[in-house]
Design a protein. Structure first.
Length: 260
């Protein structure tokens, strides 16, 4: 299912001369996969979110030629508590500062456009704060956050099909069956289902107060075919965003505006 026509362009594999050549060629855009190291129930490896974001970025890089930065494998997973071992969480301000500092160095190397591909829901708030800081510090910066589960309406429908507060559910399990079967414990899937208990609640509760085993949803419904189809949609829809991002310009040029 993975494209074989060319390899992804991985930043970590390039020399400084090759990176300079990329910048000088006018390619100003990079992809940054951001994941997490956190429990994903009894049936999925703790690296699932990072694997999901990185595999997706690699596929889009193969299709577009846009370089992929080394992934951030640690995210803000405080909501998963310490009930299940394996979660290694950063504070939200650490995630925020890390992304801002990465962009600072990217900008200095001539890369002024960044698409952050986020594989973990808990990263959304610190990444949004990082985006705001980057825009305020770098007037020519163009930054976008793409949450993998909400790349498009059709992708969102797949992720939310079995739970509104999904985690390690049918969609994520299907993706790993298709893209990284080594992360899946097949013998555990049938007993991993756990219902979504968040409907109608006033407060947002940590996972240890809403799930018995770290799962929200029905991984028993997962299939490799579903994962292949979902990954194809994700690759197509993120690819379309990336192609537009290569050439998009701000609607207004600040230098042309009259001072207030």
């Amino acid at each position: 299912m993975r494209a074989l026509e060319q390899r992804p362009l991985l930043w970590a594999n390039l020399t400084w001369e090759e990176i300079r050549q990329l910048a000088n060629s006018g390619l100003a855009l990079c992809l940054l996969p951001v994941g997490a190291t956190e429990q994903h129930g009894p049936h999925l490896g703790v690296g699932m979110d990072t694997c999901n974001a990185t595999t997706l970025c690699d596929a889009v890089s193969r299709a577009t030629g846009v370089p992929v930065l080394p992934p951030l494998a640690y995210g803000c997973s405080l909501g998963h508590s310490r009930r299940w071992p394996g979660t290694l969480s950063l504070q939200p301000q650490t995630v925020m500062n890390t992304v801002v500092e990465i962009f600072d160095w990217l900008h200095g190397a001539g890369f002024k456009r960044l698409i952050i591909v986020n594989g973990h829901v808990g990263n959304a708030a610190p990444l949004r704060c990082a985006l705001e800081i980057i825009r305020s510090r770098f007037d020519d910066a163009l930054v976008r956050i793409c949450n993998v589960a909400e790349l498009s309406p059709r992708v969102r429908a797949e992720f939310f099909a079995d739970a509104a507060d999904w985690h390690a559910n049918a969609a994520e399990t299907s993706l790993m069956l298709a893209c990284a079967p080594e992360l899946v414990r097949l013998e555990k899937i049938s007993d991993a289902d756990d219902e979504d208990r968040t409907g109608g609640l006033v407060f947002t509760h940590p996972v240890n107060r809403t799930s018995k085993n770290g799962v929200t949803g029905f991984p028993s419904r997962a299939t490799r075919a579903q994962g292949e189809n979902l990954f194809r949609m994700m690759t197509e829809d993120l690819g379309a965003i990336v192609r537009s991002a290569l050439t998009e310009q701000p609607p207004l040029n600040p230098s042309c505006l009259n001072p207030i």
